[in-house]
Every structure is written in C-alpha cells, then in structure tokens.
Write a protein that binds this ligand. Structure first.
Ligand code: XMP
Length: 521
C-alpha cells in the first residue's frame, strides 16, 4: 500500500483518491506519524501532501527525519517538497508574489518522475514559499519562471518532490508522473480493482462474522444500502436488515427499499411501519433541533425493539465510510480500537445490550462506495441518491409536521426531482460529464408555514406556497443556487400548482451557502 502523510486535510484525501484511481490501495495518516510506526505497516511508498502552513512558521507541521532513512520511496508535493528539502538540509525561502494557478514548466535533464512527459508543459501551482537550495545529492529536474526548483529528485535514494500539484486535474500530466512513481520507481502492481475489492471485503466479513448473526439499520441511503448488499453477498440470511420507516422519506422511497432488500437480496428483511408513531411524537413540535432529537432517539428505540426479538445477534453493521474516519481524526496508522469506541458512544445501547461493530466500508471513499453498490447490483436511484438528511422531510416542513403537509411536500418534491433529473441528464448529454460543475447537486421542495392568496379559474384561493431549493456544490460545505434555465423553472412551477392540491404558488430560493444553509431548518 501507499501511505499519504497529510499536512492539511483536503490535500491528503485528493492524493489518496488519485492513487486509488490508478488501482493502488492508499491510506492517509497524520503527518506526525513516526518512522517506527510507519515501518510496522511496511508501506511500499510514502507521499507527503501539500498543506497550508509555511515551513518556518512556529506551529508548522514537521516530519520525522528518520522516514527518509527507511529505504521506502518518498514523493512530496508543494509543502511536501519544502518539508523534504528543509529536513534533509536544503533551504526554503519566501517568494515575493507567490505563484497561483497554471504555470509553464520546463524540464531539465533526466528525471524518473517526469519521464515521458513533455519538456514544456502546464502545471498547477499554489504557493508562496519555495525551495531555494536543494539538499545534497538532489538535482533540480524542472523549473517555472517564478520557481527555480519546481521539481527535484535524488534517484539513488528514491526521493522525489514537486512544488506543483500533480494530483489536481489542472496538471494534465500529473497522472503520468504519479504512474511513473508508483509503477516505475516503486514497482507496484494495479491490484485495487472492483473485483478484488469485493472479494477482499466479502472474505473479511466472513472471517469476522463466522456463523454469528448480524443486524443492520437500513436508512434508504447509499452507505447503509451498500453495506447491506455487501453483507448479503458475504453471509446471506445471517444478516437481518431493519428498515425503520419513519414516514419522512421521499415519495416511493420506502417501497423501493423494500423491493430491493426483500426481493433482490437474500437477507432477512424487517420493515418497521413506524409512520404513525413518528407523527404522534412530532405533533406540535416546531423547533428544528427538537425534531432532530425526537427522530434520532426514536430510531434507536424502534431498532432495538426489533433487535431484542432476534436471537443470537452478535454484530451491528454500520455504513461508516473513510472520510468519516479521517475527519474525526481517530485513526492513526491503521489502529482501530479508538474508532470503535468513539462510534459506540454514539449509539444509545439499552442496558445489557451490546454488539460488536462491523464497518465494511471504513476504507472507502464515497465514489468507491457508489461503484461498489453498482457492482453489487444495487439500482441507480439508490446508488446515485443525492444527499438526504437523516431527519428527512420533517426538517423541510417549516413549523409542525402533519400528515397533510407531508402529503403535499412529497408530491411537490417528486415533481422537483423528476424535472431536475431530466435537466441533469440534459447537462450530461451536452457536456459529457456527470456531476460536472453546473450539475444540480441537491434539489428538493420545502413547505413553509404560511399561506398566500391566489386565483385559480374564477376562484380565489388561500393556499400554500412551495419553495424550490436547487444548489450546486461538491461537499455541502459551500453551495451556490443553481442558475436553472427559465423553461425548467416554469415547468416545475406550473406542474406543482396544477398537480398538487393545496398549493397555489412556487418560489425559488436564490441564496448561496454561506450565508444561508442548504436546508431551511
Ligand atoms: P446545511 O443545511 O447545513 O446542510 O447546509 C448541509 C448538508 O447536510 C445535510 N443535512 C443533514 N444530514 N442530518 C443529516 O444526515 C441532518 O440533520 C442534516 N441537516 C442537513 C443537507 O441535506 C446538506 O446536504
């Protein structure tokens, strides 16, 4: 495997993804890992990520110098190059203007890293500091106008570094460089393939579970569905899937979950019809956080009520994915104990109840989870489901939740989804890119707690407005409202008013995040 030492979270993730895209398994570890800890896991290669700090800042992250003595090939990008340089006796200095965006790179002499890439090429730069003097034994292999040491290497010790970012798409030959390093320098093989991944995951589940029983809470979302599909392949009927239907999913979703897991997969499927209980619990509740608390607590009550009826359940399967783990910062060099403990704390086990956790997706990025889902035969609407909040439609009804409002929102939302699915498909045909920069990332209807006057036929109406929310985003941290064409907006509006009784107006939310959030509650 390849380990990526992370000097600033988002950089590490991107590099690990690129390596995996080349079918080599890679993992992220915090940059303060010691050489001894690394040596224990015997990685085939080490990559030092970029990071936001300046190497001479007081709290700048450092790297254990002994890492360069392990005999393992090391590749550093940006901050990774600078930290390699200062650790090995070179020098880093401030550049006046910094260098941001595309830059023209000129190669100099032989380079194993840049081999078979053009002598002049575009690379992506984003830095203020830069290496001024390379450590002894290193040669400079490329420069840009603003950056005399754009790449350096010491081929004898298999140490390589670039000031630019080969991991971003704006460096067109970045993948070629990464391939040179992984396959040329390190001699790695392309073993991280979908078939291999499934076989390994299935074998791991079987060996962990043995002949015991596993229980899993299905939410209808991607992660829990893929865990279920994977466990189904590994252990079949030893798996019980509990689907707590709180009545707050979107139109037709519960039926779809039931169809997939009760028919397509050979597992024990329990559909808990809790719709009425949730409605009673939520009656009159208007505070969003209170809604979330009630919905979350009730889920576990419903779940454990089923679990208690089952004999001999030893394991609880969960859809924890890799970014959850890196973000919570609990796992270092593959040690799992602390992770399991912290997750356990989140689950309100009743007295006397405990399960061991299995988390078969804890090494996968979201797009790998989706690819797994497809390979395991899950239908597209589940695999490519847009983000959907756990508390469901309850936080898209402003004010209290009633059966009538739920009905209206479900119908309006179904129209929004239908029309924007068509629109996204249209964008895909035009651009050839799915989830391209202007694809609508999350889209839904919101039902506010007001009424307005309208006129339909000859009649005055006093009915509900529906708010349309449609955003472009890549990670939900920031979002912009989608610049939908007027014809799409017009269709959504006229269809909702014509087809959903009780609605006489449609408005479009044109606020970005920040300052607004994606959801209304
Ligand atoms: P906001 O509204 O904070 O949402 O911009 C960011 C993303 O998170 C989703 N979201 C939730 N997901 N439980 C969840 O599982 C929640 O309580 C929740 N609230 C918001 C939201 O749909 C968006 O994708």
């Amino acid at each position: 495997k390849v380990v990526v030492l992370d000097f600033g979270a988002q950089y590490g993730q991107l590099i690990a993804r690129r390596v995996r895209d080349l079918h080599v398994y890679s993992e992220i570890v915090p940059c303060d890992v010691t050489a001894a800890e690394l040596a224990q896991t015997a990685p085939a290669a080490i990559i030092l990520s970029g990071g936001p700090a300046s190497v001479y800042a007081d709290d700048a992250p450092t790297v254990d110098p002994a890492i360069f003595e392990l005999g393992i090939p090391v590749l550093g990008f940006c901050y990774g190059q600078q930290i390699m340089a200062v650790t090995l006796g070179g020098e880093v200095g401030h550049t006046e203007a910094g260098e941001y965006g595309p830059a023209q790179l000129t190669r100099m002499g032989e380079s194993r890293l840049l081999d078979a890439t053009p002598g002049q090429q575009t690379v992506w730069m984003s830095h203020r500091d830069a290496v001024r003097r390379v450590p002894d034994g290193f040669v400079v292999t490329a420069a840009t106008e603003a950056c005399p040491v754009a790449a350096m290497e010491c081929p004898e010790r298999r140490l390589f570094a670039t000031q630019f970012h080969p991991e971003v798409r704006h460096t067109p030959f970045g993948n070629a460089m990464l391939s040179n390093f992984l396959f040329g320098v390190c001699g790695l093989e392309r073993t991280w393939t979908m078939d291999g991944i499934i076989d390994d995951a299935v074998a791991a589940i079987r060996s962990q579970v043995g002949s015991d029983r596993v229980i899993l809470g299905l939410s209808g979302g991607v992660d829990s569905s893929v865990v279920a599909a994977l466990c189904a392949r590994a252990i079949g009927k030893q798996l019980t899937c509990v689907f707590v239907n709180h009545g707050l999913l979107r139109k037709d979703e519960p039926e779809q979950v039931e169809a997939v897991f009760s028919k397509q997969f050979d597992v024990d499927f329990v559909h808990v019809h809790a719709e009425q209980r949730y409605l009673e619990l939520l009656a009159g509740v208007t505070d969003p956080e209170e809604k979330r608390r009630i919905i979350g607590e009730q889920f576990w009550k419903e779940f454990f009520a089923v679990a208690e009826q089952l004999d001999g359940v030893k394991f609880l399967a969960q859809g924890t994915i890799y970014p959850d783990i890196i973000e919570s910062g609990v796992r270092k060099t593959g040690g799992k104990a602390s992770t399991i403990k912290s997750h356990h704390n989140l689950i309100p086990f009743p007295d006397g109840v405990s399960f061991d956790l299995i988390e078969p997706l804890d090494h996968f990025f979201k797009d790998e989870v989706r690819a797994l889902g497809t390979a395991l035969g899950l239908p597209d609407p589940i695999v490519h489901r847009q983000p959907f909040p756990g508390p469901g439609l309850a936080i898209r009804i402003i004010g209290d939740v009633t059966a009538e409002k739920l009905g209206i929102l479900k119908d309006a939302d179904a129209i929004v989804r239908e029309e924007l699915d068509v629109y996204n498909e249209r964008l895909f045909e035009e651009t050839g890119e799915r989830n391209g920069p202007h694809a609508v990332w999350q889209y839904f209807a919101v039902l506010p707690d007001i009424r307005s006057v309208g006129v339909m036929g000859d009649e005055r109406t006093y009915a509900r407005p529906v708010i349309l929310r449609a955003v472009e985003s890549s990670d939900a941290m920031t979002a912009d409202w989608a610049r939908l064409p007027y014809d799409v907006l017009a269709r959504i509006s006229s269809r909702i008013v014509a087809e959903v009784p009780g609605v006489n107006r449609v408005v479009y939310d044109i606020t970005s995040k920040p300052p607004a959030t994606i959801e209304w509650e």
